[in-house]
Design a protein around this ligand. Structure first.
Ligand SMILES: CC(=O)N[C@H]1[C@@H](OP(=O)(O)OP(=O)(O)OC[C@H]2O[C@@H](n3ccc(=O)[nH]c3=O)[C@H](O)[C@@H]2O)O[C@H](CO)[C@H](O)[C@@H]1O
Ligand SMILES: [Mn+2]
Length: 347
């Protein structure tokens, strides 16, 4: 086709051509302004788009010319993004995943995700693992440590390269409360036995959950906890801390920073060992004194974090429950509770 023929053809279909060029331009503009995390302020027109952009993941990871951090324009002004002890609180918009992935890739970091599936809770594993493969630490080395009394019921899920499932057989306990609490003991035991050789960070979560958006290296730090979705707006006197002084988990009214959820914490292997070992010891002391903390392991976790402040805190984006609706500050729901029939699943 000669140049003239091209021009003639274009003239004939000038409207289509114009629309095509215009659309390409818009697409390019969007792509250019997407800074690896959000494309809000950098767009020439001020609009807030919060689409799921996983298809751009590969592209955005390679992006070098991300937008400059703006000293006079904080990305979030609607939520607390830093604790008084200078630990960041991770909300959507506060981090650039491109930069963080580069940093953690350089260190070739290995992450262990511990999850317990005792008795009937094995039914949650399939969705948990499938969604983790879509959203959890994509592009990094991941070991799933599945602790269960029913190894045969662990589903076979196809894993991406660099990821593997490790099934660890453990005993079960009759009471669900004991199952929950003994997680502290098991994590601390396996930390010494194998986690310390195999991974750099541990992430410890509930199994009755599904991933529904990006959860990546932005969560990693020496020791981190997560704001409980029911309490992140509440005053400390309403927190359901253990209030009986006889318990090791006791926290007085007038004390406490946040109410942390039992279902999502982690850190370096060393720090998680300290946390789980201390919580387990406290649980055993309570047991010897015939007292059980109100919210079991969660109460002890809250006590631990009162005295050992987390170095990072995850917003409730990282542990949401859809029965609470979707408040405006919650731009993403990354890890969401799967509804369950308590009476049926716990017995
Ligand atoms: C989201 C969140 O913050 N959850 C916490 C909350 O309750 P939940 O009501 O979410 O507790 P849950 O029933 O999910 O139990 C916690 C976890 O223990 C495991 N499990 C439990 C029972 C069983 O028969 N088999 C089994 O495998 C399983 O991994 C489960 O996810 O309070 C619990 C203590 O009361 C724990 O602190 C949970 O981490
Ligand atoms: Mn749960």
């Amino acid at each position: 086709m000669s140049k003239q023929q091209w021009i003639n053809a274009l003239r004939k279909r000038k409207y289509q051509a114009f629309i095509l060029v215009f659309l390409s331009f818009v697409l390019l503009l969007c792509w250019y302004n997407y800074d690896g995390n959000s494309w809000t302020s950098s767009l020439p027109f001020s609009c807030k788009l919060n689409y799921d952009l996983n298809f751009l993941q590969d592209v955005r990871l390679q992006r070098k010319n991300y937008s400059q951090p703006d000293t006079m324009n904080p990305p979030r002004t609607d939520v607390l993004v830093m604790t008084p002890w200078l630990a960041p609180i991770i909300w959507d918009g506060t981090f650039n995943i491109y930069i963080l992935n580069q940093q953690f890739k350089q260190r070739d970091v290995r992450i262990g995700l511990t999850v317990f599936a005792i008795k009937k809770y094995v039914v949650f594993l399939q969705l948990f693992l499938e969604t983790a493969e879509k959203f959890f630490m994509i592009g990094h080395k991941v070991n799933y440590y599945i602790m269960t009394d029913r190894p045969k019921d662990v589903p076979n899920v196809t894993l991406a390269e660099g990821r593997r499932v490790v099934v660890l057989k453990i005993q079960s306990y009759a009471r669900w409360q004991d199952v929950c609490m003994r997680r502290m003991e098991m994590i601390s035991l396996f930390t010494k036995e194998r986690f310390i050789q195999e991974v750099d960070y541990l992430v410890c979560v509930d199994v009755d959950m599904r991933f529904s958006d990006h959860v990546g290296v932005e969560i990693l730090s020496d020791i981190f906890g997560t704001l409980h979705p029911r309490f992140y707006r509440r005053q400390r006197q309403h927190f359901t801390y253990e209030r009986r002084p006889a318990s090791q988990a006791y926290i007085a009214f007038g004390e406490g920073d946040f109410y942390y959820a039992g279902g999502f914490f982690g850190g370096t292997v060393d720090e998680v060992y300290k946390l789980t070992n201390q919580c387990h010891n406290a649980i055993m002391t309570d047991k010897a004194n015939s007292i059980e903390a109100l919210w079991h392991d969660e109460s002890h976790l809250n006590k631990y974090f009162l005295n050992h402040k987390p170095t990072k805190i995850l917003s409730p984006e990282y542990l949401w429950d859809n029965s609470l609706g979707v408040p405006e500050v919650l731009r993403k729901r990354r890890f969401v509770a799967v509804p369950k029939n308590y009476a049926q699943i716990r017995n």
